[in-house]
Design a protein. Structure first.
Length: 308
């Protein structure tokens, strides 16, 4: 006696022989094969017809997106060589439209009020030379970009020095001495900002104790979105009101952490190595902060970059 299940299998076998003459019956393997074939057809249809996944207006032409790479606080000659090399390698591959330097590229220790170790005593000429070399390396790694340089408080040390040495004012052009003119940087005085499509870049004039706290202060003081250097910390603060959504970012640093001992007598400061990629489309922007860990590789855009 043939069971109902047996009749069912016989029916499937007969259907198989009719549809595929000469092929042996493979039983329930037919179902997964059919599902696979359906999946292939579906993927093919979706790939050829993007409108099934997106509205046409949602597909953005990559050429209409502007990319900014933001760096700051190298404190030449006390930048961290390995970290700078890593950043420059990334910069070459990113090929940004704009390179934004938020300042403190040059430390100017020769005219600093902080105590200095004997091996770190420099002259103004040496300070300028180290700044020139650092700016040249950054410019060469981002040769196709427009370069924006915002003076920081460390570069401003020299302006303060000139205030007490008026005879030197017409003899020294800092833009020229640190390579800004030779490499086509647009320089912005300390305390001013560079605004692009509603996003505000500035060096910063204050540094609160914890990461993100200075960003919070800037946001609630001005109610704009933007980014600062200066704090050597990486963080952000977001806020919303009737006017819209806002975010402010602190962009870490790229200097040697040993500087903290000279400045604050702290052997290990609460600082972070960080850079940012900011992408603009029309009046919209998106910030991707890239924190660089001290002892681990970081992955960005599908590639490993190794640190210490």
């Amino acid at each position: 006696m043939v069971s109902m299940r047996g009749h069912h299998l016989q029916a499937i076998e007969e259907q198989e022989r009719c549809c595929y003459p000469g092929r042996e019956y493979v039983g329930y393997a037919v179902l997964p094969i059919a599902i696979y074939q359906f999946a292939v057809l579906l993927i093919s249809a979706l790939t050829k017809n993007e409108h099934l996944l997106f509205n046409r207006e949602d597909i953005i032409d990559k050429n209409s997106i502007e990319t900014h790479l933001v760096i700051n606080d190298l404190h030449a000659p006390y930048f961290h060589e390995e970290i700078l090399g890593l950043v420059l390698k990334f910069a070459k591959e990113l090929a940004p439209d704009k390179l934004i330097n938020l300042g403190d590229q040059v430390d100017c220790p020769s005219i600093s009020k902080f105590d200095k170790r004997a091996e770190r005593v420099t002259t103004i000429a040496q300070d300028f030379k180290s700044g020139y070399i650092a700016n040249a390396r950054v410019a060469e790694a981002t040769s196709k970009a427009e370069h924006i340089f915002l003076y920081g408080n460390h570069e401003d040390r020299f302006n303060s020095y000139l205030a007490g040495h008026h005879a030197m004012e017409e003899l020294v052009d800092m833009d020229e001495k640190i390579g800004l003119k030779d490499y086509g940087y647009r320089s912005i005085p300390y305390g001013d900002e560079f605004e692009y499509n509603g996003f505000h870049y500035m060096h910063g004039t204050s540094a609160r104790k914890f990461a993100g706290y200075t960003a919070k202060g800037e946001l609630y003081d001005h109610w704009v979105s933007g980014m600062i250097g200066h704090t050597h910390r990486s963080g952000k603060c977001c806020a919303t009101n009737k006017a819209g959504d806002f975010a402010f970012f602190e962009n870490g640093c790229l200097c040697d952490f040993k500087l903290a001992w000279e400045w604050f007598k702290k052997p290990f400061p609460n600082w972070q190595w960080c850079i940012s990629v900011v992408k603009f489309y029309d009046d919209r922007w998106n910030v991707h902060q890239i924190n660089i860990p001290r002892k681990n590789p970081f992955i960005i855009y599908g590639k490993n970059y190794y640190t210490l």
